[in-house]
Design a protein around this ligand. Structure first.
Ligand code: SF4
Length: 272
């Protein structure tokens, strides 16, 4: 597998200005990446644990094409996974492997996917969140598609804001694609995402919305709304049938944070 340098830059240079904290995070990633590139090329994708969403594959935020609002409220920036160097190294090593697979032989992609399937079985993963942080890239999509084929009974809950990579995902029944937008998503991007969503017949595709203020409710086509909150301080914005219960105050019927997704499963429910 060919070694390739990892550009840690915002992937979409025409996106609205990113928040200072997000840019500072990218600079930190660039420093760590310089260390990672001195290591041998990884041969395995690493699973990460998350107290709310369970097992996930994490990529660095350098793969994101953030909106202005997304870069301002990104949960990764304020979470342990975004602060601890060891967590960031896991993301960077995953991404280095994904980038090496973008143009690799299918046998190399399959070898990585079989290794990940083995790790998922050993950890008894019964759904896998892909992009606990970051976004998809072409090499990552190849691994997702191989894993969908190898483990057809394991739902892969894939999060993305990038139409170009969404279009490369296999239309498999165990793909549970969640496409994220917010109030600063450009209309042209929103249209492109909606067009990309239409090509799926067998995968379950849902739109999610990050709500950052009381006066910006989710549009009609949104399936899941994430009310912005920092840590355990959740906002009280009244009833909303699409709200993720783990983002609603517990005093108003919200769910506990820990293991919320394994109990709820709404985001990665099968197509009906
Ligand atoms: S709606 Fe349910 S599955 Fe989706 S993020 Fe919230 S708790 Fe998890």
């Amino acid at each position: 597998m060919a070694k390739r340098a990892l550009p840690v830059v915002q992937s979409n240079p025409t996106a609205p200005a990113t928040h200072d904290a997000f840019r500072a995070h990218l600079a930190r990633l660039a420093d760590l990446r310089a260390e990672i590139e001195l290591e041998p090329l990884p041969t395995a994708v690493r699973l990460s644990g998350n107290s709310k969403t369970g097992w996930s594959i994490n990529a660095p935020l350098s793969e994101c094409e953030p909106t202005a609002e997304c870069s301002r409220v990104c949960y990764v920036l304020n979470s342990p996974m975004g602060r601890f160097p060891d967590s960031l190294r896991v993301m960077l090593r995953n991404q280095r492997l994904f980038d090496s697979l973008e143009h690799a032989d299918q046998s190399a992609v399959d070898a990585v996917a079989y290794g990940l399937a083995h790790d998922c079985r050993r950890a008894r993963v019964d759904f896998l969140r892909w992009n606990g942080s970051g976004d998809l890239s072409p090499g990552a999509v190849r691994v997702v598609n191989a894993l969908l084929r190898i483990m057809p009974d394991m739902p892969i809950w894939c999060i993305s804001r990038k139409p170009s990579v969404i279009e490369q995902l296999s239309d498999a029944p165990s793909l549970r694609l969640q496409i994220s937008i917010d109030r600063t998503t450009a209309p042209s991007r929103r249209d492109a995402l909606q067009r990309a969503a239409k090509r799926f017949d067998r995968a379950a595709v849902k739109f999610a919305y990050t709500r950052t203020s009381e006066d910006a409710p989710a549009p009609d086509f949104i399936a899941v709304t994430f009310n912005y909150h920092k840590g355990s301080k959740r906002s009280s914005w009244g009833p909303d049938a699409t709200a993720c219960a783990a983002t609603v105050p517990v005093s108003e019927g919200g769910a506990a944070h820990d293991n919320a997704c394994a109990s709820c499963r709404r985001c990665f429910a099968p197509r009906v």
